[in-house]
Design a protein around this ligand. Structure first.
Ligand SMILES: Nc1ncnc2c1ncn2[C@@H]1O[C@H](COP(=O)(O)OP(=O)(O)O)[C@@H](O)[C@H]1O
Ligand SMILES: O=P(O)(O)OC[C@H]1O[C@](O)(COP(=O)(O)O)[C@@H](O)[C@@H]1O
Ligand SMILES: [Mg+2]
Length: 341
């Protein structure tokens, strides 16, 4: 068979491990030809591609980023391009496409699949918010990077009796903040699923100083917001891809906490360091398994599905189910964290 592969949306440690696995399983075990589209859906819409051989994927297992590049394309442009993408694949003799991406990419994959393109998706995101899969690769790496940063911030915060307000990624969900906050022993964790009340947050930090503690670490997901009407809040505007441009929860929160507590509060925005660089061993294994199973699904003709980790098995889940809703942090998971902060 001839199989196309592309990476789309925000990059994520482990993308190269999936690409490598698709090439190995396809070429070595099935005698397939693998074609890589450049820069995500744009490569498919504009016809920019190259063959991927065993040599092209040699040495990329532990490499961050994606050798295929990624991009964002306006959804309307994508909707208009379904027929063009199909025609292009037919002309190239491509039997199936494996898009690797987050919830946006998988919505685009569903669009293509509904339009008749044979597609098997592979979910990726450091945010871990895709429904139907217990975990996405990239999440473990992001949590490790964030935990290491929090550990380091604790020692400098203590030396200067400061509050550190650390902003982690997590546009719609607080999985990275929850896990890194728990792993590093943060003193408050703020997530988008649970709007915060500035009075309560201030009290948590004040009580800590009252107990003669010398510092506090407040972890917040970038998409976290206050309960409406409880503090002045600058809302972000949406970009042309429909993503909110955040105004900086750490900046706004640290200003407010400093004002209320009379203690120095520093904002720290970890940003893209969380998704750059080498994937952890866990993410390399999960990514490799996803690639292997995506090729199997193509050979079974199981189009319109994504690979998903359920327990320890990799199963196939319909795209429609995978994009129906995001996997948010449930209240009981937040309660477990609250007990130890
Ligand atoms: N609702 C949608 N319908 C069709 N295509 C979409 C939709 N949302 C996003 N996409 C496409 O998928 C691309 C990647 O989505 P994005 O949210 O940026 O990244 P991710 O796949 O990591 O979530 C977008 O640039 C766009 O082309
Ligand atoms: O800076 P970018 O590339 O626009 O993306 C930022 C977003 O991408 C992420 O890192 C991952 O989100 P996706 O998996 O949806 O791409 C988010 O945590 C973050 O909000
Ligand atoms: Mg997205």
């Amino acid at each position: 068979m001839r199989i196309g592969v592309l990476t789309s949306g925000g990059d994520c440690p482990g993308l190269n491990a999936v690409i490598r696995s698709v090439v190995h399983r396809g070429v070595v075990d099935h005698g397939d030809e693998i074609i890589g589209f450049q820069d995500g859906w744009r490569g498919l819409l504009e016809g920019v591609h190259r063959p991927l051989t065993l040599d092209s994927v040699s040495g990329i297992l532990a490499q961050g980023g994606t050798i295929l590049g990624s991009s964002r394309v306006q959804p309307s442009h994508l909707r208009d391009g379904v027929e063009r993408a199909k025609k292009y694949c037919e002309d190239l003799g491509i039997d199936a496409v494996i898009p690797i991406g987050g919830e946006g990419t998988l919505k685009a994959a569903k669009l293509m699949s509904d339009g008749g393109l044979p597609v098997v998706g592979v979910p990726k995101t450091i945010d871990n918010d895709i429904a139907c899969t217990d975990v996405t690769f990239g999440f473990d790496t992001a949590v490790s990077v964030a935990t290491d940063a929090l550990d380091r911030l604790k020692t400098t915060a203590e030396s200067h009796q400061r509050v550190m307000v650390v902003e982690l990624m997590g546009r719609h969900t607080g999985w990275i903040a929850l896990h890194a906050g728990m792993a590093a022993g943060a003193h408050a964790i703020v997530v988008p699923e649970r709007p915060f009340h500035i009075d309560r947050l201030t009290e948590v930090v004040r009580e800590r100083f009252d107990r003669n503690k010398k510092f506090a670490i407040v972890v917040c997901a970038e998409g976290a917001k206050p309960e409406p009407g409880t503090m002045h809040w600058e809302e972000g505007v949406k970009d042309i891809y429909g993503h909110e441009r955040f105004t900086g929860v750490a900046n706004q929160l640290s200003r407010e906490l400093e004002h209320r507590l009379g203690k120095e509060a520093k904002p720290v925005i970890l940003g893209h360091t969380q998704r750059g660089g080498t994937p952890t061993a866990y993410d390399r294994v999960l990514a490799t398994r996803f690639g292997w199973h995506a090729v199997e699904a193509v050979h079974k003709g199981a189009f319109g599905h994504i690979t998903a980790l359920q327990g320890t098995d990799i199963n196939l889940v319909p795209l429609a189910e995978a994009v129906a809703e995001l996997k948010t942090v449930p209240a009981e998971r937040y309660l477990e964290a609250e007990t130890v902060i």
